[in-house]
Design a protein around this ligand. Structure first.
Ligand SMILES: C[S@@+](CC[C@H](N)C(=O)[O-])C[C@H]1O[C@@H](n2cnc3c(N)ncnc32)[C@H](O)[C@@H]1O
Length: 365
């Protein structure tokens, strides 16, 4: 396990772009209902959606020429965006460049708003919490906030890429670890195991919760928050064949092809995994996460405001790897798809939302 907090992620040395064959051929994609890239390129867009700045972002990302010896900093590239270096058998779909980190930072605020301003919903006895782990911590803001709020707790954040800041509270530490490999901590180590937004990340959710159970102290909690990738609407305004409708299908097929499902909510894997591992007192909170502020409920509208900001910050980043690796799309083709999604969520007549779930459980004493 490497400590990652002392080096700057900006000093990446991108490896050359490769162009492997897409995992789904055009025929196979059509067979599962994914519309071809040409569908999005052929449809006109209003002027304000045509000037996305992906191309300039790609240029600035590629201009980094610093070299580092550690392979952890030898970032993979897909169409000009950088991704984690080799670690375990990780195959992350999220970029680790500056544009995406800004989106992840806003996402932390969005998820906190989803939790009603809280960092967790488990009934933790916070005075007694000594050791906490945040698996797949991203930019580490959850771990940092938890450490700030509970200075007596020691917090570890793990990820496959060193994108966490180095100026952090003294009770936080970041480690590089592939969560799909055997966890390196001893049994009964943590009072709280936190797993947030690990969609498209986990190879086997049952194995993940088994590892959470083993490393959790008796009486400790595991909590998982994540959202569905399938946009729905109560009024039929998310229509079949629209970009918002295709979104879920593209992610689902990507998850199947990469062996890391995005359909965790649909497959009820939080509950099933916790139950099978032995957690008890399992509880849930399901919420709607709209896109944009159209919802009449004030809290839902606030979630929608932040969710839209998260996605607008780097929608192309969320789709670049999947569309490239799965479907073989060029950056401008992914960009056209994303532009249609943005047009749709800015249409006041379209009321799309995804479901999201907080689930938590206790390891028996
Ligand atoms: C959607 S982000 C969520 C970040 C953070 N948990 C949050 O909620 O703000 C998913 C994170 O999982 C990390 N990740 C991907 N594959 C991983 C793996 N095999 N092991 C650990 N982390 C992984 C990614 O690098 C990314 O930071």
């Amino acid at each position: 396990m490497d400590s990652s907090s002392s080096q700057s992620p900006k000093a990446a040395s991108p490896t050359p772009t490769t162009a492997p064959a897409p995992l789904l051929s055009a025929e196979a994609a059509a067979a599962v209902g994914i519309l071809p890239a040409s569908h999005w390129a052929d449809q006109p867009l209003p002027e304000e959606h045509a000037d996305d700045d992906t191309a300039s972002t790609i240029g600035s990302v590629l201009s980094s020429t610093a070299s580092l010896s550690s392979t952890i900093f030898q970032y993979r590239t897909h169409h000009g965006r950088t991704y984690h270096g080799d670690i375990g058998n990780a195959e992350g779909w999220e970029p680790n460049d500056q544009r995406h980190l800004e989106s992840m930072d806003i996402a932390h605020h969005c998820y906190t708003v989803c939790a009603g301003g809280k960092l967790f919903l488990s009934p933790l006895d916070t005075k007694k919490v000594q050791k906490v782990v945040d698996i797949g911590t991203g930019t580490g803001l959850w771990a940092i906030d938890f450490a700030d709020e509970f200075p007596h707790a020691e917090v570890i954040g793990t990820d496959i890429t060193p994108i966490q800041p180095s100026w952090v509270p003294p009770n936080v530490q970041f480690e590089l670890e592939d969560c799909n490999q055997e966890w390196t901590w001893a049994e009964n180590t943590f009072d709280f195991v936190h797993l947030r937004m690990l969609i498209g990340v986990v190879e086997d959710w049952h194995a993940l919760f088994r590892q959470a159970y083993r490393t959790c102290k008796p009486g400790g909690y595991v909590e998982s928050f994540l959202c569905s990738c399938h946009f729905v609407s109560d009024d039929g305004s998310v229509k079949p064949g629209t970009a918002l409708d295709q979104w879920g299908n593209v992610c689902s097929q990507g998850g199947k092809a990469f062996g890391r499902t995005f359909d965790v909510y649909e497959e009820d894997l939080q509950r099933k995994g916790m139950e099978a591992a032995g957690f008890v007192d399992i509880d849930f909170k399901d919420i709607v996460v709209p896109i944009g502020v159209w919802h009449s409920d004030k809290d839902a509208a606030e979630r929608g405001l932040w969710w839209k900001m998260v996605l607008e910050m780097d929608l192309e980043g969320y789709f670049n790897y999947i569309c490239h690796s799965l479907l073989g799309w060029k950056p401008e083709e992914t960009q056209a798809f994303c532009a249609h999604a943005k047009k749709e969520w800015n249409d006041p007549n379209i009321h799309g939302y995804v479901m999201a779930r907080f689930a938590w459980g206790r390891k028996p004493e």
